[in-house]
Every structure is written in C-alpha cells, then in structure tokens.
Design a binder for this molecule. Structure first.
Ligand SMILES: Nc1nc2c(c(=O)[nH]1)N[C@H]1C(S)=C(S)[C@@H](COP(=O)(O)O)O[C@H]1N2
Ligand SMILES: [Mo]
Length: 328
C-alpha cells in the first residue's frame, strides 16, 4: 500500500494525479527538447530496449516498461521527474555490464523471487526477511529523490519503499554497533559481470549507523509505483540521496551491523578516488573530473551540483565537525 507522508523534503503541492493526466501535463511542461533527449537515450539502447516503441511509455510501452501510478510530479525543488524509460534503460550495474544501455537486456531474466535478506551481526533480533514480508510489514511510501552519480549525471526518481530505520528498529542494533554493511547477491551464473575478476565481488557498501538511521535513507522496492525492475536493483536496494549513486547498493541479500567502517567495493578498487562517505559535494572534485556541475538526464546543458545533493538542511548535522575534504 502506498502511503503519502508529508516531510520537509516532500513537495508542498503534492496531489494524487491519474497517470494519463500526469503524463500529458508533463509533456506540456517539458516540451520537445526533453522528449528528443529521451529518444536519443532510447536510440542508444541495446536490442531489447531498442525494440521497445519510441516515445511516451504510457501510450506505447510494453508491460513492464510503463510507469504505474505516482503521487508527485516534481521533486521538492520543482524539477520534473525523469522519464521512466530513461530510469530503466540507463543504468550502472556492473554485475551485468559496464555499459549503461547493456544492463537492462542482460538483467531481464534475473530471478528476484524467491528472495531473502539476512539481517544479522551486532543486533538483538537477527532475522531472515522474505522480500514479500518486507513489502507488507512496512508501509510502502513514495519518495521523490534526486540521484546524483559520481560520473556527474543525475535523475529525479519517484521511489517506492520504506525507511531503513524501520527495519533496524525491528532487529535492534546493540550498543557496540557503529556501522551497517550491505552486500549484493553473488551469483556469477546469473550475473555475467561477476565472472570477470576485475572487481572484488560481491558488491559491498556501508553506512555509519546514524546515516543508516536517517529518515531519508530508504530501502526501495519500486519506482513509479511499480516493483523495481532487475536493472534498478530488484527486488530491494538502498537509496541514500545525499551521497553519490554508488552508495545506493542494488539487489541486497545481507545487512550486517558491525563495529568497524566497512570497506566498499569502490574503496577497495580505487581508494584514492572513492572514499567511505561519498557525500555529494560540488567543491570536492573527483581526482579525474570536477563535481561542480552535472547533466540532468532529459535536459540540455548542465546544472550546478548542490551540496549534499540538495539535502543539506536534512543531513549537514550528521557531519558537524568533520572535514568533508578529508572524509570524502
Ligand atoms: N550492486 C550494485 N549496486 C549499484 C551499482 C552496481 O554496479 N552494482 N552501481 C551504483 C551506481 S554507480 C549508481 S549511479 C546507481 C545507479 O542506479 P540506477 O541504475 O537504478 O539509476 O546504482 C548503484 N548501485
Ligand atoms: Mo554512479
């Protein structure tokens, strides 16, 4: 069940909008430039996505490729949602492919049911949660978040999910727990990228416990009112909107409460380029490129990158007294 909850980062004028009305209004708002940008992304796609009809998913898409009901039409800054087609066809998911348009076709048969998530470590009540249990035990909310990839592109995505703190409250972290460590499925049979040894699989990410408990930190199960597709991290993935996209680990099977700072896949792969915190910060460049601006998918030109990806008011206090250049 989709619950609308009002938070400071929710849009103030949120209203329930039927899908067709919503889409025609957005067509009107976004205009021809945005449409042709979407067409360009589709044109660059691999055979499967490429065979999909071009243009508006709602009128021409196939089942599984059309957006479902959504509540919001913009983020809280007034910027429009990214097209569903772009969200499901332009992906970073190295377990399948390092080519963004190559992920969706390779992931289409990925088995996401049955699926279980083990929550364990420094907790009073460890448990193995079935994905259906996660979907029904916790009210599923829509959260419209900006996703800012470290590669300097971004999207606005209407996620469906529930805040991680609800799950943490169930397992009751012990006083010694300081961090949370997450792991993606390891299954080289299904994930061709894991057959290449270029990375230290499985994908691992981590958060400090206070970051994990922050209300913005989401376990997402859907996008645009529909269950996640494999390319977006089905059946359940993390979303930490004030951090670079690589922190938002996909297809999670393990959540461990630990008393050390976990080493993520990217920290292990390139420690000088990727730190533990990975907070979006326009004034801390990546060693190989600036982070001062970004390309919003579906838009022409670039826009300025915002400190903490625009969530400064909500999260800056987590880092009081920390040097954001050292703790990058
Ligand atoms: N397991 C896993 N999770 C992952 C990745 C990945 O390669 N493997 N890529 C990350 C990166 S770099 C980004 S930008 C986001 C992209 O999410 P999206 O494809 O749903 O937009 O997923 C993140 N989560
Ligand atoms: Mo990314």
């Amino acid at each position: 069940m989709l619950i609308k909850t009002r938070k400071s980062y929710d849009i103030s004028s949120a209203e329930i909008t039927p899908e067709r009305l919503y889409l025609s209004r957005r067509q009107f708002i976004k205009g021809a430039a945005a449409l042709s940008a979407t067409a360009l992304i589709a044109a660059a796609c691999s055979p499967v996505a490429d065979n999909a009809p071009r243009g508006r998913a709602a009128t021409t898409g196939t089942e599984g490729q059309t957006p479902g009901a959504i509540l919001a039409t913009t983020d809280e800054l007034g910027d429009p949602l990214t097209d569903y087609q772009a969200i499901v066809s332009y992906n970073n998911y190295y377990e399948f492919s390092i080519e963004k348009e190559g992920v969706a076709p390779l992931a289409q048969n990925f088995v996401t049911s049955p699926w279980q998530v083990e929550v364990y470590g420094l907790v009073r009540n460890p448990g193995v949660y079935d994905i259906d249990d996660l979907r029904t035990r916790f009210d599923q909310e829509e959260r419209v978040y900006r996703l800012r990839c470290v590669e300097a592109w971004s999207m606005v995505i209407p996620w469906v999910g529930f805040p991680l703190h609800k799950l943490l409250d169930q397992v009751e972290p012990l006083a010694e727990a300081t961090h949370v460590r997450f792991e993606t499925l390891y299954d080289p049979q299904q994930m061709p990228g894991q057959r290449r040894r270029s990375f230290n699989w499985p994908y691992v990410e981590g958060l400090r416990l206070d970051e994990a408990r922050h209300d913005l930190t989401l376990l997402a199960t859907g996008i645009y009112g529909k269950p996640l597709l494999p390319q977006n991290g089905a059946p359940v993935r993390l979303v930490v909107p004030w951090k670079y996209g690589f922190k938002s680990i996909k297809s999670i099977v393990k959540i461990e409460l630990v008393n050390y700072q976990p080493v993520s896949l990217w920290m292990a792969a390139a420690p000088n380029e990727y730190g533990f915190y990975a907070n979006v910060n326009p004034s801390v460049p990546h060693p190989r490129w600036s982070q001062a601006s970004e390309r919003r998918i579906g838009e022409w030109g670039r826009r300025d990158t915002l400190l903490f990806n625009g969530y400064e008011a909500q999260v800056a206090a987590l880092y009081a007294g920390q040097d954001l250049r050292r703790d990058f």
